[in-house]
Design a protein around this ligand. Sequence first.
Ligand code: AMP
Ligand code: ZN
Length: 457
Amino acid sequence: MALALYDTWSRTVRPFTAIEPDHVGLYCCGPTVYDYAHIGNLRTYVFEDVLRRALVLNGYDVRHIVNITDVGHLVSDADDGEDKMEKGSRRMGASAWDIAARYTEAFMADWRALNLLEPALWCRATDHIAEQIAFVAELERKGYTYRTTDGVYFDTGKQDDYGYLTRLDHAGLQAGKRVAVGEKRHATDFALWKLSPQDSTRQMEWDSPWGRGFPGWHIECSAMSARYLGPRFDIHCGGEDHVAVHHSNEIAQTQACYGTRLANFWMHGHFLTLDAGKMSKSNGEFLHLQSFIDRGVDPLAYRYLCLTAHYRSKLSFSFEALGAAQAALERLRKVYSGWPSGGVADEGFVVRFNAEVNQDLNLPRALAVVWELVRSDLPTATRRATVDRFDAVLGLRLTDWKVGEFDLPDEIAALAKEREIARSAKDWERADRLRDVLNAAGWKVEDGPCGQRVVGG
Ligand code: AMP
Ligand code: ZN
């Protein structure tokens, strides 16, 4: 079955075809690095990673770009309030540049812990100020901008189809005109370049044709995606909150500059919620990956939990659900590591698994296929080889996971114990024979000064 994906633009699941055969350009909006990523943010990156792995499964060479927002994302989406970076700097008593470096590093550590594939390129907004200024200048030249006392704004009234992605209700907005828009011409207009306040200096600011200041948040993604993927590429992703404002504005800018709607497919991950409601970095009340590690939970158990819910449905987080995910992952590892290698994958199961993945990334159904295989009576070596194929999409690191001696499968633990007894009785011949049996079952035996250690091969 060919890959079909839900496209927010058309509001349909439709067959995926690449603009250029065999190649896919994939742009994912990255983190705003004023604090740790919360587990909600990370759910979106897990979804995007599964998407990338699904594209690879279908034979595509994927060019995956992720940006790092280290300037310009204001506390309010309505273009006012403080820059989140400058606010983070005050909170932490460190410079905005140091905050950005610290949380970018923390984000990349989370990325690796969740076994997310490294993007072709990480791009920072502050490394692309010239591109953003050039983009705004071009929009100005084409007549899409106007100036106010605090910056340069995009005039959304110049585009009849502004907000199509979010099915914006233009008539409703007209009726709601009483809403104060300040110097803006329309409530939906947004900042392209903000001038530094006259009464204070910002830590991050640059000269521009309009005065000293900093770029608006949306322009970085239009400018950097155009630079690295061209003005029209295959897939653009983010969380569902990006549909109404950030992505609608990215489309408006790129449409005005290049006449394209940026990406062929727009895909959005739905939110992870807490029982208490929305999780937010800005109110400082959130769980991050380290909160799990501190409780002895493997980060990959969180990845497993994300796979149990379809990316287009809400996932309500609880520690009970995380515990269940951890138990399921441990069970999978345990059975898997007890199976010998050297088998050949069962194509029937592979086809069924791939069909679920290709049906708009239906990972909950794909996981059901995994467990059906585990419980099947196929030879264990066949099951192992089949799970290896699955894990290329699941990303649970089943293949390179090393079991410690405390969680050996029962039959291996029994053999290891027998060998320990033989060693202490100095029955070297028997100990060697048992080592050969363990090796043949795919286990390595290391003899050290403190006794033997049996590890997955
Ligand atoms: P930010 O760091 O706030 O710019 O967000 C990074 C990514 O996380 C974006 O793609 C957001 O859409 C996404 N996101 C924010 N909150 C959540 C949430 N609760 N659940 C899932 N994704 C989220
Ligand atoms: Zn973006």
